[in-house]
Design a protein around this ligand. Structure first.
Ligand code: SAM
Length: 269
């Protein structure tokens, strides 16, 4: 695929260091019978070593200029299934068959769409066994942050609600062509089979978390106006004077469940 012009709009920073590629594949620990979905193969830095192990891969690439060279290189391999489409709009459930019920999603993701892509993938969490992604280090810090840490925010709460999250390792810019301006990191996400804390209504939960973090410096008493008042926040054993960044996922679920309960009561009245 010599001569491919890297496209900034598709976040094309291709891995160039065999040692890092090997480290990523080792973290994924692919097995022949796994159903791997790779988002953004680029020039196949991860695709090729994964195809050496697994019997079936679905590969999603948006860039028309990469489709033909990828097909030429791997088209005769029965394990290789290329989807020329946008990973953000893709219906991951369409890949399921009676034999293929859980997917393992991997990718060195285009950084410009990483948050919306993660939210899109969460919609399919019940069909996903695990996910291994390269992201901007700052995003991995946010995903894995604990309450009270500056990086803790909406992304931390929404992902930690649905998945166990693990920061694996940092990858410097020199390992990519062209080098990005920032450090990158690998994260492992394991969707819960049984969530430790369950929101009665996930839309209400998402709405409350979004609103709580909408003005980071303000207290819950202010940010949750219109959803819960100070008394109701206290009824969840939470101080209305604290900020969203200090609440655990469990506390967000408590607040969201009370909010949803109130909403249901009002709609019944
Ligand atoms: N996996 C390769 C590697 O590690 O060298 C390439 C990674 S590069 C950071 C991101 C890849 O995602 C590119 O191949 C890019 O064309 C592709 N991409 C960007 N936006 C996409 C989208 N919305 N849907 C599918 N693929 C996309």
């Amino acid at each position: 695929m010599a001569g491919h012009k890297h496209k900034k709009q598709f976040g094309q920073n291709f891995l160039n260091n065999p040692r890092v590629i090997q480290q990523i594949v080792a973290s994924i620990r692919p097995k022949p019978d796994d159903f791997i979905v790779e988002i953004g193969p680029g020039e196949a830095a991860l695709t090729e070593p994964l195809l050496e192990v697994v019997n079936h891969m679905d590969i999603i690439e948006i860039d028309s200029d990469l489709i033909e060279p990828l097909s030429r290189r791997f088209g005769s391999n029965p394990a290789f299934n290329l989807h020329h489409t946008d990973a953000l709009a893709f219906d991951y459930a369409s890949l399921l068959t009676p034999e293929k019920q859980t997917l393992r999603v991997v990718g060195n993701l285009p950084y410009n769409i990483s948050s919306p892509l993660l939210f899109h993938l969460l919609e399919y969490a019940e069909h996903i066994r695990d996910m291994h992604f390269m992201l901007q280090k700052e995003v991995v810090d946010r995903i894995t942050a604990q309450p009270g840490i500056k990086a803790y925010g909406r992304l931390s709460v929404m992902l930690q609600y649905a998945c166990e999250t693990e920061y694996l390792f940092t990858v410097g810019p020199e390992n990519f062509t062209p080098p990005p301006k920032v450090d990158s990191a690998i994260v492992r996400l394991l969707p819960y089979q049984n969530k430790p804390f369950v929101a009665d209504n996930e839309q209400a939960f998402a709405k409350l978390v979004k609103q709580a973090f909408s003005q980071k410096r303000k207290t819950l008493r202010n940010t949750l106006k219109g959803l819960l008042d100070a008394e109701q926040i206290e009824a969840c054993c939470i101080e209305p004077s604290v900020r969203a960044e200090n609440l655990t996922v469990e506390q967000f679920v408590k607040l969201a469940n009370l909010y949803h309960q109130n909403q249901s009561m009002h709609s019944e009245a």
